[in-house]
Design a protein around this ligand. Structure first.
Ligand SMILES: Cc1cc2nc3c(=O)[nH]c(=O)nc-3n(C[C@H](O)[C@H](O)[C@H](O)COP(=O)(O)OP(=O)(O)OC[C@H]3O[C@@H](n4cnc5c(N)ncnc54)[C@H](O)[C@@H]3O)c2cc1C
Length: 393
């Protein structure tokens, strides 16, 4: 008993809506089950309310996954240009902010409205405020028991997202469904998240809260040049959010405080030009003054520039270009933009996102172990993986 469809999508976020509109417009009867009171809440809050909906430079190299090849097929078959074409068809004005990041000129509400209009064109039924109680498989299909009754279909698409921002409807439900059907779930952790400092490392920095500067943050094989912001509890800003996805507790994290410059050359030049100036003063022209002052208190004793010999200048240069940042943890899912890890791609077909274990079962979007950098990449993965599944239903 219950309503019958060709496909059921659990989760009305970016990936679920894209999958539903794609399949609906191909003539499939599709229902989306969303437990929140409206669809696309993360789209609405994204990009500061303007939704950084894609990145024109998105390539597989911008994604983290235990299998870095998995995302290639879906990303190649639904590109940023494909999504931009839809945005333009709907007359939504947008602009590039920096580094290929595209934002709406007006509001992320326009992106949700566009997805809903495309779903309507495909005859998709959207059930909001509908909680899933149980998923069963048998008798030729999936039976999803919800607070709005039973839904039956031969195909089920799990698009429930990650664990980030629980107050927005995030749940671990997709991982539970994966495990129920014998899929492995790789350990999850918060990504694109501020890092925390503790003990003396935090005490040294806490009163610099609000200070921002460009840095190059390095960890493992990754490096990101962008701004860093010092906060009460640690560090944030785009360079830190990016590197946080690569950082794991205990990892060394290094900061180049003079990105794009040769620190030794810079110091030698300043020594020639202003021999009587104190290090603290010249450093205060290269990085924010309060930070320069603090660096001198911590480990760069300030003297007139002419008093440093070459090995000493070299040591200062090394510290400035390779400053060790001892992070103690992250701010966690409460503020993270994404969840790393998730449904293991080994048991999914990359062209259709379909399970290799249970025919008809699909996983798309952030619930899968594919995580993008900051800058519109995560939505591009949601669109591409949603489209891949939608074309296969
Ligand atoms: C503050 C913030 C800003 C962001 N900004 C950007 C940005 O500008 N650009 C970018 O590319 N990425 C951004 N991201 C990341 C991006 O939002 C996600 O990667 C993307 O939304 C993932 O799409 P998804 O469809 O997989 O999951 P989601 O969009 O999270 O959708 C999952 C949906 O499933 C629903 N759901 C969960 N559990 C259940 C259940 N048991 N039953 C029914 N429904 C359920 C949820 O309510 C939700 O609607 C941002 C994230 C955050 C938190």
């Amino acid at each position: 008993m219950g309503a019958s469809f060709d496909a059921l999508v659990i989760g009305g976020g970016a990936a679920g809506l894209m999958c539903a509109l794609t399949a609906g417009q191909r003539g499939r009867r599709v229902a989306v089950v969303e437990h929140a009171n409206r669809v696309g809440k993360k789209i609405l809050m994204s990009g500061g309310g303007r939704c950084n909906f894609t990145n024109t430079g998105a390539t597989p190299a911008n994604f983290l996954s235990a299998n870095p090849h998995f995302c290639k097929s879906a990303l190649a078959r639904y590109t940023p240009s494909d999504f931009i074409a839809m945005v333009e068809r709907h007359g939504i004005a947008y602009h590039e902010k920096e580094l290929g990041q595209l934002f709406c000129d007006q509001s992320s509400k326009q992106i949700v409205a566009m997805l809903l209009a495309e779903c309507a064109a495909g005859g998709v039924r959207i059930e909001t405020g509908c909680s899933v109680e149980r998923v069963q498989h048998g008798d030729g299909g999936f039976h999803v028991h919800t607070t709005h009754g039973a839904f039956n279909a031969p195909s089920l698409v799990v698009a429930t997202g990650g664990l980030s921002i629980p107050s927005m409807g995030a749940s671990g439900f997709g991982y539970e469904v994966a495990r129920q059907f014998g899929h492995d779930v790789l350990p999850t952790r918060a990504g694109l998240v501020p890092l925390t400092l503790s003990g003396k490392h935090q005490e040294r920095m806490a009163d610099l809260s609000g200070v921002a500067l460009p840095v190059a943050a390095r960890c493992r094989d990754a490096s990101f040049s962008n701004d860093m912001l010092i906060t009460h509890r640690g560090v944030s800003g785009p360079a830190i959010l990016q590197i946080s996805s690569y950082w794991q507790p205990g990892d060394a994290l290094r900061l180049d405080l003079l990105p794009g410059r040769d620190a030794l050359d810079t110091l030698q030049q300043l020594q020639r030009e202003r021999p009587a100036a104190e290090l603290r003063t010249v450093l205060g022209e290269l990085v924010p003054k309060r930070l320069a002052q603090r660096l001198c208190e911590i480990s760069l004793p300030s003297r007139p520039m002419k008093q440093y010999n070459l090995p000493q200048l070299r040591d200062i240069a090394n510290q400035l270009s390779d400053w060790p940042l001892v992070a103690s943890g992250t701010e966690g899912y409460r503020t993270a933009e994404v969840t790393l890890g998730g449904v293991d791609t080994d048991q999914l077909a990359s062209a259709t996102m379909q399970s290799r274990r249970v025919p008809g079962l699909h996983f798309i979007g952030e619930v899968v172990d594919v995580t993008g950098w900051l800058g519109g990449y995560n939505f591009q993965w949601a669109w591409a993986s949603g489209h891949a599944a939608g074309m296969g239903l």
